[in-house]
Design a binder for this molecule. Structure first.
Ligand code: NDP
Length: 258
């Protein structure tokens, strides 16, 4: 079998949290294009439904829209049960839901801090734990977490200490789970995108005015596109990455090189 065939995901059962839009949507459609069935998990049920329908129409694969808040264990567990009920197994879990708050550290309320940590870190843990239990039972699987280049550098000029800390923790969580579950055949990796043009950046009143500043700092002088993360997602989801676990993949147009 050639490498392109090995990269295919035919028969794989997958889900993507925060899959209704942005990076998650682009990853979900890529998984389906590669042959997988995909559940779109999001707090926004209406957009999740539209996205799942679009992906099914475009790819002919089975899709599912599920509402779940990744900070709530009962909702994450319910989501896992619903994916199992619809698909019978879970081969690939993409823990991608995340938010960013730009607040100076000295003004940050505990509530703001907790919201970012709860979604970006605890949400990834709850998702990976619930999917990991299923994968251990099944004899294997691939978990991919969306971290960020903010795990590696401090973004400027916007203040975002809770986001940066949460994403650095996602990488260490990823490595910890990869080691714990290595012999259970459950692989755990993360991707660390640089600035990507999505709602989070393009439609955030706080961040939008900063795009020109970021582009001036960026070696490629532009934001990344969400579809530029699709190939790494398909690679990490499939069996051709069998020796890849505990790794973080920085896809940032060399932003963190300077
Ligand atoms: P978007 O805001 O475009 O999409 C994120 C999705 O996650 C939204 O549909 C959002 O729903 C959903 N979501 C938010 N909170 C929860 C929750 N508690 N449970 C379930 N779903 C939730 O963001 P991006 O696509 O840009 O970001 C996706 C991931 O990539 C995030 O983890 C982000 O930190 C990371 N990232 C993004 C970068 C960028 O430049 N865009 C760079 C590096 C990393 P709703 O909109 O209704 O709140």
């Amino acid at each position: 079998m050639g490498i392109i065939e090995k990269l295919r995901l035919d028969g794989k059962k997958t889900f993507v949290t925060g899959g209704a839009r942005g990076i998650g949507y682009n990853i979900a459609i890529a998984l389906a294009e590669a042959g997988a069935d995909v559940a779109i998990v999001d707090v926004d049920e209406a957009v999740a439904k539209t996205s799942a329908e679009e992906i099914a129409k475009a790819t002919g694969k089975k899709t599912l829209a599920l509402k779940a808040d990744v900070t709530k264990k009962a909702e994450v567990d319910g989501m896992i049960d619903a994916v199992l009920k619809a698909f019978g197994r879970i081969d690939v879990a993409f823990a991608n839901a995340g938010i960013c708050k730009n607040i100076p550290a000295e003004e940050m309320t505990l509530e703001d801090w907790n919201q970012v940590i709860n979604i970006n870190l605890t949400g990834v843990f709850l998702t990976a734990q619930a999917a990991g239990k299923v994968m251990i039972r099944q004899g294997g699987g691939s978990i991919i977490n969306t971290a960020s280049m903010s795990a590696h550098i401090v973004n400027v000029p916007q203040p975002q200490c809770s986001y940066n800390a949460s994403k650095a923790a996602v990488i260490q969580l990823t490595k910890s789970l990869a080691v714990e579950w290595a012999l259970k055949n459950v692989r755990v990796n993360s991707i660390s995108p640089g600035y990507i043009g999505t709602d989070l950046t393009l439609n955030s009143p706080a961040l939008k005015p900063l795009i020109e500043k970021w582009n001036a700092m960026a070696p490629l002088r532009r934001l990344g596109k969400p579809e530029e993360l699709q190939a790494i997602a398909v690679y990490l989801a499939g069996d051709s990455s069998a020796f890849t676990t505990g790794s973080d993949f920085v896809i940032d147009g060399a932003f963190t090189c300077i």
